[in-house]
Ligand binder design. Structure first.
Ligand SMILES: [Zn+2]
Length: 231
């Protein structure tokens, strides 16, 4: 009984061992071949790259990449720390002439009886408006005494001595808040209800200098066109 059991077992084991060794040997052989193949392929690749000459199509693609000119706004650095101190509150250009006049600083208002004391930056109604200076929210008031819909936000920066008033904004900040430069302060309020018949929606920005004079904001926000790769 024992012999009958042992002999076939030993034979089975021997057969298994032989097969396993053959399989392992084959696997090692394949691995060696694969390695050699990869090394050869890598070597081939290096040689190919070294001798690579761009086709005319590739040269055309790399020599004339598609670019676009993008309007950006460069804020003045008045404290000399290398960083801008002003940001365009809407990212858009000043309002051009419309049914109600010009949006430039000093433009005629009330039939010439007073000058426009700010710069009107065009905006899409409902768009985010950002802080044109960093500092503290020192006042939230009404643009017109008889109209509670249109508000302004006053931001004071004691470090540079400037005050900014941003008009026609529905505020998302409160008096006393500390603001980073360019932080969202609210959303632009459309002007159609107040000025029907063609006033371009805008944010009116007044900058008050350390000498208390209102200055032209375009002196602090320069228009720049930057070339970027088209996306
Ligand atoms: Zn204005």
């Amino acid at each position: 009984m024992m012999r009958a059991m042992t002999r076939p077992d030993a034979t089975v084991f021997q057969t298994w061992l032989t097969q396993t060794c053959a399989t392992l040997g084959a696997a090692v052989g394949v691995a060696v071949l694969l390695h050699a193949g990869a090394a050869a392929a890598a070597k081939l690749d290096v040689n190919f790259t070294g001798a690579h000459i761009p086709t005319s199509l590739q040269m055309a693609t790399t020599s004339t990449p598609a670019t676009v000119k993008v309007l950006t706004w460069q804020g003045a650095d008045i404290d000399g720390d290398g960083a801008p101190d002003f940001v365009n509150p809407t990212g858009k250009a000043p309002r051009q002439h419309d049914a109600y006049g010009y949006g430039a600083f000093g433009a005629s208002r009330d039939g010439g009886s007073r000058p426009h004391e700010g710069v009107d930056y065009m905006v899409d109604a409902g768009q985010d408006v950002v802080a044109p200076v960093s500092g503290f929210v020192t006042k939230i008031g009404f643009a017109y005494a008889d109209d509670a819909r249109l508000k302004f936000i006053e931001i004071t920066n004691p470090a540079i001595g400037y005050v900014a008033r941003v008009f026609y904004v529905d505020p998302s900040v409160e008096v006393g808040d500390t603001l980073r430069l360019g932080q969202v302060i609210g959303r632009a309020h459309g002007l159609e209800a107040k000025y029907p018949g063609g006033m371009t929606d805008h944010v009116h920005l007044e900058l008050i200098a350390p000498n208390q004079a209102r200055i032209d904001a375009t002196r602090m926000l320069a228009e720049r066109y930057v070339t970027r790769l088209a996306t």
